[in-house]
Design a binder for this molecule. Structure first.
Ligand code: RB5
Length: 147
């Protein structure tokens, strides 16, 4: 498996932690940073990550900012991206099973009730169910195409 990830200055430590975990799982990570404390704008990192993901060859993508909110809002403006702001294992699992999310968003300053590593694993280990859920995703795609 292969993933691309990017973050702003608000989530450097969590990004490093998730990256290390992915690599431990044998998942290749294309890490786009930032790994520097200087402020960067989360919409720029969202676009960078989304555009790289959409080139193809990736199984999923991850974005992070202080809350996970701003970067997920920005990423979801990009056609083809279904970014899920996940708060626990349940939402992460369902984001794959029902929404076939191709991007997850985490917040580096959020106090998660569960270890974010566990939340990430719940997404990776789940499978999209298709069927009626595909029909609903097709409606999201139609919205992107202004239909
Ligand atoms: C940056 O200070 C912060 O606003 C950003 O990381 C994020 O939390 C926005 O949603």
């Amino acid at each position: 498996m292969k993933c691309v990830m990017a973050n702003d200055h608000g989530a450097i430590e969590l990004a490093k932690k998730l990256k290390a975990h992915l690599e431990e799982r044998g998942i290749e990570v294309n890490y786009l940073g930032t790994d520097k404390n200087e402020s960067v704008d989360y919409p720029d990192k969202a676009v960078e990550c989304a555009k790289e993901y959409l080139k193809g060859g990736y199984d999923f993508s991850i974005v992070l900012c202080g809350t996970g909110i701003g970067i997920s809002i920005a990423a979801n403006k990009i056609k083809g991206i279904r970014c899920a702001l996940v708060m626990d294992s349940y939402s992460a699992e369902m984001s794959k099973r029902h929404n076939n999310a191709n991007m997850l968003s985490f917040g580096g300053r959020v106090e998660y009730k569960e270890d974010p590593v566990k939340i990430l694993d719940a997404y990776i280990d789940a499978t999209f169910e298709g069927g009626r859920h595909q029909k609903r995703i097709d409606k999201i795609t139609a919205l992107e195409n202004n239909q």
